[in-house]
Design a protein around this ligand. Structure first.
Ligand SMILES: Cc1cc2nc3c(=O)[nH]c(=O)nc-3n(C[C@H](O)[C@H](O)[C@H](O)COP(=O)(O)OP(=O)(O)OC[C@H]3O[C@@H](n4cnc5c(N)ncnc54)[C@H](O)[C@@H]3O)c2cc1C
Length: 377
């Protein structure tokens, strides 16, 4: 399909694709089958600029655009979607720090995250909630020289190997405050990794915070009002998930075409059958519509920063749902081979469903999109 992107971005895509093919394709089984996080990918990701591309170089970023970051995500996920969520979390944590922290906190903690020197975690979800700040049970109490945090965070990406993270907790005023929490010491401990339908090897686990003592300067900004930071930081997360969903669709289409050309029935490659044409044509259209919406969402973020909650929510709503449908069609093209562990589309279908659910389900995205409707007079 013809690309309307500037030539330099298409060249950037090709270079990301070459890197992903060379360094990340050999890691698929390690993540998906053995559920191990591939630490060897970290320097390659750092070299690509994956952790901080859209941030200024003074903060450890790559002076790039969110559009370029989306393309990078797309190309990593075309090969290995589970790896994308690892580096995306660093960018989200850095964004939350930038949103809530003081200049001094930003200068101190953002650069190592954006350079990939440390791995971050993002601690919002708990056993009782994945979207409602009122239900947070993690508590922050004051000590003589700082804060003590107690709580249980659920389904935290990078939990098994993160160095530092941001934790949303109820403060003494019962409001939501945000804290920087290093993981060293026995007071922060990750359970064994949680096994899910897809995205294996991301170090997803529950994190327990038992009497974690942190100094006063680990409170980000001032107390209270930090649910807004969650929603703003999530514009980065949702953009990343949308980009990875486009990558999954591209890979699903490539696999479906390859299979349809080689699989023969009644003396013909199955690509000769009209029913297969319909599936493939539908996949092409849905992929291209999703890709254009992703690029629009990324351009909105380039122009408006994190004040893009309805735009990015509508992008995530459409693109992640469409990816499940496109991956499902790729499975259909493969017949029963499509649900066999022998074929890559089986993993793509599982990973696509994961992205539809996390960082806010489609139902929650619809609620966020309603803000745009409220503006219609
Ligand atoms: C692989 C993976 C990685 C994750 N990584 C992280 C991470 O790093 N950090 C982190 O904090 N969390 C993480 N999560 C958690 C994830 O973001 C939440 O699970 C997700 O937001 C949904 O929350 P929930 O499952 O608690 O659903 P709930 O909020 O309990 O929702 C349950 C159901 O109710 C619906 N619902 C809820 N609220 C509304 C509403 N207002 N309007 C309409 N319907 C509603 C939902 O759509 C859903 O169908 C991860 C999850 C997964 C699977």
């Amino acid at each position: 399909m013809h690309s309307t992107l500037p030539a330099e971005l298409e060249e950037f895509r090709q270079s990301c694709r070459r890197t992903a093919e060379k360094h990340f394709r050999p890691l698929i089984d390690k993540m998906d089958r053995d559920h191990e996080f591939p630490h060897e990918a970290r320097p390659v990701l750092a070299e690509l600029g994956a952790y901080g591309l859209p941030y200024p170089s003074e903060l450890g970023g790559g002076d790039g655009s969110w559009l370029a970051w989306a393309i990078l995500h797309e190309e990593v996920a075309r090969v290995l979607p589970a790896l994308g969520i690892h580096f995306q979390v660093n960018t989200v944590v850095a964004g939350a720090l930038q949103d809530a922290g003081t200049d001094e906190q930003i200068q101190r903690w953002v650069p190592p995250l954006l350079r990939g020197e440390v791995t971050g975690f993002f601690g919002f979800t708990e056993p009782d909630t994945g979207s409602d700040p009122e239900n947070l049970k993690t508590r922050a109490t004051r000590t003589d020289d700082g804060w003590r945090i107690n709580g249980h965070k659920r389904w935290i990406t990078n939990a098994t190997h993160a160095d530092v993270g941001v934790v949303f907790a109820k403060d003494p005023d019962d409001d939501v405050s945000l804290f920087l929490v290093p993981t060293e010491g026995p007071q922060v401990h990750a359970e064994s990794p949680t096994e899910m339908l897809g995205l294996g090897g991301t170090g997803l686990a529950d994190l327990h915070l038992d009497d974690v003592e942190i100094p006063a300067d680990h409170l980000l900004g001032s107390t209270g009002g930090q649910f807004k930071t969650l929603k703003r930081a999530m514009t980065t997360g949702k953009l990343g998930l949308s980009a990875m969903s486009v990558g999954i669709m591209q890979a699903s289409l490539e696999e479906a075409v390859r299979y349809a050309r080689h699989r023969e029935q009644r003396g013909h490659p199955i690509i000769d059958f009209q029913a297969i044409h319909h599936l493939l044509a539908e996949m092409v259209s849905q992929l291209e519509a999703s890709r254009q919406m992703l690029y629009w969402g990324a351009r909105c973020k380039d122009e408006k920063g994190s004040d893009t909650i309805p735009e990015i929510a509508s992008t995530k709503l459409f693109v992640t749902q469409t990816a499940v449908e496109v991956a499902r069609m790729a499975v259909s093209v493969h017949g029963v081979y499509g649900i066999s562990k022998e074929t890559p589309v089986e993993r793509m279908f599982r990973d696509a469903k994961m992205y539809e659910l996390l960082e806010g389900t489609s139902e929650v995205q619809r609620e966020l999109v309603m803000r745009a409707i409220d503006e219609i007079k």
